[in-house]
Design a protein around this ligand. Structure first.
Ligand SMILES: [Zn+2]
Length: 255
């Protein structure tokens, strides 16, 4: 039996790149097929009706056609959500762009991960519902949440309710080990990992990190804890990606 040549899927537009005079290369993130690279023909023609549906950050219904050479062509696209409210100001735009760039850089092509896709979609919906203008912590909190949940879903960080080495729960303070992305207790740090690059994390931040992993009590978290977690999340992301993101961080543009 010939393989199905058409694929209908929901997708978030991660990136677009012009090809030739009128076409576009589109990078999609889909729930059940992961990140996909596809060609949209004629969408840069002035009268193209599909052009606006394929803008970065849109949530769409997409129909793809697989050619015999296994190239993917977008034959239909219908917008479900543009997240317009989220893109009303700098903080909102940079938050959306940072999340999309992280997915682009850290998820492999055609690696399906529905839970991760839903995390991105959920956060985009959440930013869209907020008043991005009045929430001055939007960028820091959303980016922190996404990085920490991302690392957890990909198994790149240990369960923070326990030491990553001895699995005991006796925290007074913790140490983040840069080479392994593990958070370990003071005992393990001093006995075993003495020569390893590490940064100290106080008890409150450990509890806050653990709450993020368990999705609990986020609304009671203090501004200081978010700030600390943001710093840790940035450190972890930098060592994980080996290069900084291209999207500038919100604070660098507003400082
Ligand atoms: Zn330990």
């Amino acid at each position: 039996m010939a393989p199905t040549r058409y694929l209908n899927t929901e997708a978030i537009i991660l990136k677009t790149r012009p090809v030739g005079d009128f076409d576009q290369h589109i990078l999609l993130y889909t729930p059940h097929h992961g990140k996909l690279s596809a060609l949209a023909k004629g969408t840069r023609r002035p009268k193209s009706q599909r052009r606006s549906s394929l803008e970065i950050g849109n949530l769409c219904h997409i129909q793809l056609y697989h050619t015999t050479t296994n190239q993917k062509i977008i034959v239909q696209s219908l917008v479900k959500e543009t997240f317009q409210n989220a893109k009303q100001n700098l903080s909102g735009i940079l938050t959306v762009m940072t999340l999309l760039e992280m997915v682009d850089k850290s998820v492999q092509l055609e690696y399906p991960f529905p839970v991760h896709y839903n995390l991105l979609k959920q956060l985009l919906c959440c930013i869209n519902k907020q008043n991005t203008k009045s929430d001055k912590h939007l960028y820091q909190r959303t980016v922190t949440l996404f990085i920490l949940k991302h690392l957890q879903l990909f198994g790149l960080i240990n369960d923070i309710s326990k030491c990553g080495n001895c699995h005991q729960k006796h925290w007074s303070e913790g140490y983040l080990l840069y080479h392994s992305y593990q958070i370990v207790c003071a005992g393990c740090r001093h006995r075993i990992f003495t020569s390893t690059m590490a940064t100290t994390i106080n008890y409150n931040t450990i509890s806050a990190l653990s709450n993020v992993q368990k999705n609990s009590a986020l609304e009671n978290m203090k501004t200081h804890d978010w700030k600390e977690m943001y710093r840790i999340a940035q450190d972890l992301l930098a060592s994980h990606l080996k290069a900084p993101l291209k999207t500038p961080a919100f604070e660098t543009l507003t400082a």
